[in-house]
Design a protein. Structure first.
Length: 154
């Protein structure tokens, strides 16, 4: 069994990577407070690398900025690579198949919004209603405040 569920805050604005064959991916790090205080009476945090693919990656980049509180579900994966100096580096990360947006913070950089807005003008996104009808999604659509207000801030 290889399952991981974490809740933490994103440490910096995620960036979307365009890969071959139209695939997209993003990496980000979440900070997770520990349940206890250290010898100095402070609460330490662990920093966990996460990788997200496809439409989920696009949504994370679009809606989550530095400091956003998210829940991540997925699996642990290890890999290694060789640096330019010949030293082998080992990495363990969470490959997420689920991300829950708990308390969103606005992105510090607006690059993704500009790129998205330009592509939406050329190909406006289409949504399907509960009745099966299709309609254009309004430009600049953001999650309703009802979904983010009133959530506990950790």
């Amino acid at each position: 069994m290889n399952q991981v569920a974490l809740v933490g805050r994103i440490t910096k604005d995620p960036e979307l990577r365009q890969l071959s064959e139209g695939r997209v991916q993003t990496n980000f790090i979440i900070a997770i407070n520990r349940n206890f205080k250290n010898a100095n009476g402070d609460i330490d945090a662990d920093f966990v690398s996460c990788s997200v693919w496809g439409k989920l990656a696009t949504n994370v980049v679009k809606y989550c900025g530095k400091g956003s509180l998210i829940g991540v579900g997925g699996r642990l994966q290890s890999r290694s690579y060789e640096r330019e100096d010949g030293k082998r580096v080992y990495v363990v990360e969470v490959v997420a198949d689920e991300v829950r947006f708990l308390a969103l913070k606005e992105r510090e950089e607006k690059t993704f919004q500009r790129q998205t807005n330009q592509s939406e003008k050329m190909n406006p996104p289409i949504a399907q209603t509960a009745l099966g009808q299709t309609q254009a999604v309004p430009t600049g659509f953001v999650l309703p405040k009802e979904e983010t207000e009133g959530l506990p801030m950790v």
